[in-house]
Write a protein that binds this ligand. Sequence first.
Ligand code: FAD
Length: 553
Amino acid sequence: MAKPMIITVDDEPQVLNAIERDLRKQYRRDYRIVKAGSGQDALAAVKQFKQRGNAVALFLADHRMPQMTGTEFLAEAIKYYPDARKVLLTAYADTEAAISSINEIGLDYYMSKPWDPPDEHMYPILDDLLSDWQATVPQPYDGIRVAGTLWSATSHTIKDFLARNRIPYQWLDIETDPEALALVEASTTEPRLLPVVFFPDGDILVNPTTAELAEKCGLQTQATAEFYDLIIIGAGPAGLGAAVYGASEGLHTLMVDKDATGGQAGTSSRIENYLGFPKGLSGADLARRATAQAKRLGAEILVPREVVEVRIEHPYRYVVLDDGTELGCRALIIASGVSTRRLKAPGVEPLTGAGIYYGAALTEAAYYRDQPMYVVGGANSAGQGAMFFARFASKVTMLVRGSSLAKGMSHYLINQIEGSENIDVLTRTVVTEAHGSNRLESIMIRNIDEGNEQRVECPALFLFIGAVPHTEMVAGVVERNRAGFILTGSELVSGGRRPAGWTLRRDPYLLETSVPGIFAAGDVRQSAIRRVASAVGQGANAVNFVHQYLKTV
Ligand SMILES: Cc1cc2nc3c(=O)[nH]c(=O)nc-3n(C[C@H](O)[C@H](O)[C@H](O)COP(=O)(O)OP(=O)(O)OC[C@H]3O[C@@H](n4cnc5c(N)ncnc54)[C@H](O)[C@@H]3O)c2cc1C
């Protein structure tokens, strides 16, 4: 496969040679470095590369060039390569121009001259942009292929698992692609058992479990030790925050997740309100970055492994995994979050995965291009889902139980929805039935006030209908409220009385549960503010309390 390119443009030969030298030094192995002495020359080359089918990963252009500025060049070049990352090389006085380029052309970064030493001022930035490009832009295919039928729930599970773990794959639909069908028939004696997963090394897995798939894909599913300073249940933003701080502060840290790192946030199409990302970022991107960071700092991450039980043997805490493995620790953080409540209506269960999806199901949504989609729910996640689907659906209809969106949704999202031509909002409306022989075809919807029901054609229904906490594994161990959310800190002290069984002379710390040394962070807590930033902050903060607790045992 031809290497993707990095194209750099500068009219000053000395600067151009210096950039080329530094780029070659770091990236020559994986990328072809191409230089040009003007925007016009670079554009001519870009057009040729496009015709030949070459990939361009990054443009690095000097802003100050006669005839065509760097910004003008980038604006033209991205017409050919919209996914390439764009960096402007600027002098100190060009900062204003660079900032306006962020808005005008979606500039990814502006790098000030001089960039010496490149190890500090150039490579970390470009590494980040290039790994982002690699992770998000489809490359010519030589990886894992999944063959199945679009409407099978088992195929959906496997695709969802791969997507959530950010493992690239190519989907082969055996109903529409005769070559894919022939491939499946030639590879298995039971072609009705789907999906079939083909690996680049020639291995094939037929209808695998996610654990089998994880192992084959190189995810860590077994712990390397039996005992840790800190175990974290759940690798959403709260768990990842705790893992980064725990590991970086010297705690031998293990994090366990039953599905994928990133949690709910990992399924978000765009997170606009996370500090430091002015253009917003996708949940998958955030999850990928945070996972890499936690691993680099030394945290061990097991995926997919579910914690099914938590046990206390003073002063230690033990978690039991779904395969029976028992792991001990000195302190435990529960960051197991919440998941979408299930819709209980006739027909929904059998069609889940075949037109009905919980959460954003980004991989599946793309199959409904130019078709009508329905979104159930009135909170931010539903709003984001609707905005995302509206990019390619013929029409998105939001079904909201409440009388307006204002109750549960951020103002900026309501504005975006109101400004979208192809999103309709039906308030005081619920889904009462789902119909379809082997995939969703229609739903019954009812207006709660008027009581009248109608059947509407509906190929795709996405559900965002409230949250249920994942706390079964600590039932009877730590105090929870009636809905199952975990109580922490002052919530456990009432009228000066500490929780039952609490023997210490101090009150529980802010994020501590009713059992000393067991902490909770993120959405799983009773009083959680359901935001990525607060989950991350609580994860980090919980580690601070872990240190305080460990000093006393
Ligand atoms: C579609 C969507 C869009 C969103 N967009 C935004 C946004 O734009 N901005 C914003 O601020 N917030 C947003 N949110 C909310 C935000 O994602 C959550 O508040 C945040 O993810 C909570 O983080 P958490 O770590 O507490 O829990 P979660 O993200 O729920 O993560 C919990 C993790 O624990 C794992 N787990 C559960 N039980 C077990 C077990 N027994 N064993 C092992 N692992 C277990 C789960 O698999 C999961 O990965 C969005 C939520 C959704 C669903």
